[in-house]
Design a binder for this molecule. Structure first.
Ligand code: ATP
Ligand code: MG
Length: 458
């Protein structure tokens, strides 16, 4: 207990800025005010008029300085939630542990929180030092010290166009360094999710992690397992959808964090073609993210784990299990193994299963089953997944394209297409134009993955 208290004391000492905050004018931070949400500016203006301090803070300031489009805008202020709420027409107090205010402007929500104090060493923690309760209002300086990295502790005053920097965050940002505020080990113990965040910002900003911030990660990686499942899932998803997913995954593997999150990935990378498949899937995800499109968590996890499903599918069929049943067993066993670590919500699990199970049906569909397949809610996702497999040369691209066209067509065209499918009576084999190639059964070793061009024996 005493060492814990001393550690906190040292950590806070390290987090204390040597000479107070630095105020940087426009030419030192370069934020283009036109890129700042006018609603966030409005919130700051209103609070200012009432005599409070208010700043845009966190990820938005970081992203604006490096020229990225912020995802959302948060405001930090010395006003309390009860002082903030009445100042806006549509505002509500949320949160139990630590209350903050959502100020609503049409589609946009400006999350407005009161300055908070950092860990004092007296907070309630679990036996590994993880903070369970953290609900003390604090000063502006304290609010900066409780943030994770120097680059995330920047405050932008949109009225004066000034950035307030307590921890040389702007310099770190310009040098592309991710540096923990305070003692890194203590801060990771307080909240192990910070390890994932360090990797994410490194990849997102093309930065490096400062050596002292990086050093404890491999050793502390197992602490991740004590974080509540839903929070861990959210942060892992953020990591995989930050636009640089493959870099993040490689870093996760290097630091040993995959063992506590997606241990199956390590096995998939050992499989022949496993890494390549994941790479294709993740680069498609990155493209979507960069185009501002939504990424579905179930599709992402279905793709990450597919190679293992496929391998087990082949193993089951090699033992004489019927093809569809074999795929069901493979899907269930992979989901179960994954759930042992990172819990994926049930609705996502159900979607993953559906995407996987449909893969067996694309090659051997009958006219009747095609219509039924199209009614399934995850049909489109499954067709997209088939494209992914085609790109990985696992199924014929003509087959994948046929399904894509079908999915994109109206009812009339669909009927015509399905009639042609029927006329082909060998289905995909006909459409793929490779009857002879496909009929020739290639010798397959027992653990070789099945694919459309090399389907598992029935
Ligand atoms: P993103 O671009 O993903 O939104 P972000 O930095 O804004 O990145 P958020 O999770 O939105 O991340 O958090 C907003 C701010 O809150 C961060 O910039 C940081 O200052 C602080 N913060 C978030 N998570 C933590 C944490 N685990 N520990 C300490 N501070 C945190
Ligand atoms: Mg944010």
């Amino acid at each position: 207990m005493l060492t814990q208290t001393i550690k906190h004391f040292v950590s806070r000492l390290l987090a204390t800025p040597p000479s107070g905050p630095v105020r940087l004018p426009l030419d030192k931070h370069g934020i283009d005010r036109r890129l700042v949400s006018r609603h966030a500016i409005k919130v700051c203006e209103v609070l200012n008029q009432e005599g409070f301090d208010a700043y845009i803070v966190g990820g938005a300031v970081r992203d604006l300085i490096v020229g990225l489009q912020p995802k959302d805008f948060d405001v930090a202020t010395n006003a309390t939630p009860n002082q903030i709420r009445p100042l806006f027409r549509r505002a509500r107090i949320i949160g139990r542990r630590f209350q903050l205010v959502h100020v609503v402007f049409g589609q946009e929500i400006i999350e407005t929180s009161t300055f908070r104090a950092p860990s004092s060493g007296e907070q309630e923690t679990d036996e590994h030092g993880r903070i369970l309760r953290d609900n003390v209002f604090g000063t502006h300086e304290e609010d900066a010290a409780r943030r994770d990295f120097t680059i995330n502790a920047l405050y932008y005053d949109p009225l004066k166009e000034e950035v307030i920097d307590f921890h040389q965050g702007v310099a770190d940002l310009k040098n592309r360094v991710v540096r923990m505020i305070g003692d890194p080990e203590t801060r990771y113990r307080e909240d192990p999710v910070r390890m994932l965040r360090a990797l994410r910002f490194q990849a997102k900003l093309g930065a490096r992690i400062d050596p002292a911030t990086e050093a404890p990660i491999s050793r502390l990686a197992p602490l991740i397992e004590h974080v509540p499942a839903s929070r861990l899932f959210d942060e892992t998803l953020k990591l995989l959808t930050c636009g640089h997913a493959m870099d993040c995954l490689r870093e996760l593997r290097r630091s040993g964090l995959t063992k506590s999150l997606i241990p199956l990935i390590d096995r998939i990378f050992e499989e022949e073609g496993g890494e390549a498949f994941v790479e294709i899937a993740l680069s498609r995800t990155d493209d979507r993210v960069r185009q501002g499109k939504a990424v579905s968590p179930s599709f992402l996890f279905a793709a990450l784990l597919w190679r293992l499903v496929e391998k087990r599918w082949a193993a089951e069929t090699a033992q004489g299990v019927q093809r569809n049943e074999a795929l069901i067993r493979a899907a269930d066993s992979v989901i179960e193994a994954q759930m042992d670590k990172l819990a994926i919500q049930r609705r996502h699990q159900a979607d993953m299963r559906e995407i996987w199970l449909m893969q067996a049906r694309f090659e051997r569909a009958t006219v009747r089953s095609i219509w039924r397949m199209m009614e399934q809610p995850r049909f489109r996702a499954a067709v997209d997944f088939l494209q992914l497999r085609a790109e990985a040369r696992e199924v014929d691209s003509v087959l994948a394209q046929w399904w894509m066209d079908l999915s994109n067509s109206g009812d009339e065209r669909r009927s015509q297409m399905i009639d042609t499918w029927q006329a082909g009576h060998t289905g995909a084999r006909h459409l793929a134009g490779g009857t002879t190639r496909r009929r020739r059964r290639r010798h397959r070793t027992p653990d070789e993955a099945p694919s459309a061009s090399n389907p598992p024996a029935e």
